[in-house]
Design a protein. Sequence first.
Length: 348
Amino acid sequence: MNVANIMPKSMVFRFRSCFNLCVKYLFLMLVVTAFIFFFLRLAPLDPTGLLMSPMSTPADILHIKHRLGLDLPIWKQYLYWVDALLHGNAGMSYVSGEQVTALILHAVPVTFTLITITLIVSVALAFFFAILAFYYRGNRLSEWVDHLNNLFLCIPDFLWSILLVFIFGISFHLLPTFGLIDPATDLTLNDKHGLFVAIILGGPSAWLSLAAHLLLPAMALIMGITPLQMKNLFNQLTRIYQRDFIYYAQLRGQTAFQLLISQAIPNTLAGALSLLSNQASMLVGGTLLVETLFGLPGLGMLMIKALGNQDLPLIEGIALCYILLVISIQLITGTCMYLVDPRRRGNV
């Protein structure tokens, strides 16, 4: 029996569109992971240098390369790597000897929490200030909001990090500027679950310490991406209010507030999601520097250490995790745009 005869045509089309979207991102993931693997393996890196003693002989070096599989043809190394990934094994760290998967699982919650907080707060602030500036457009309040927004647009997130550390940490000693939790906090650490899980299980005092330590890095990232979101929303509202349907809604007697809530804001969602998708993807990489500056044990700090140690399995594992995060964000925002904007459904 043909499924298309049972399911409504609209449902079949939606299912097919979502399936095509998943296939597209799966193919993209395969291409990017292959590029990263071959790029790192062909780069002039020598990870065996960390495992050699000063008295190592050429035979010892060859033995180390054989043990790590670095003496195999690069295409064979790639096939072994993909096969191991399919079995849930990302390899062993050359430096610590730990499973790459375990190291990443300990770091992912920190980065994921930071990104989630940043996106939620930045979207809320962008909508609030964009609507405020648009609702009071033409007066002094709107001008001041626009001037401040333009000023914030000129300051990158790493500079915000330095400014926030100087103001709240060094000058006034109001907030912690390094680490994930106060060292004096009583925690039951478990090597299997990592520090972040121990904090979550540590009770209210641990939660408050975690919130205080995440506040400044989250503020730095929020201030880095919110101004562009606000500018985009304000420009969208300006264009929407020039459309005919706004004029006809005014003729029907809708108030300015009703127009904004029922007509204008819903029509900004697709554009806002498109920008948010790009910003979220860039934010994944932006956490690398911010986590390092604030000493947060997330993927960014782990990547910096792996690069310094030329730890190829760990670099490849973190890069793969970054790719999965970016593709997940693109997939979620793409699906949301598909739902809020019917015009995009034919282009999925």
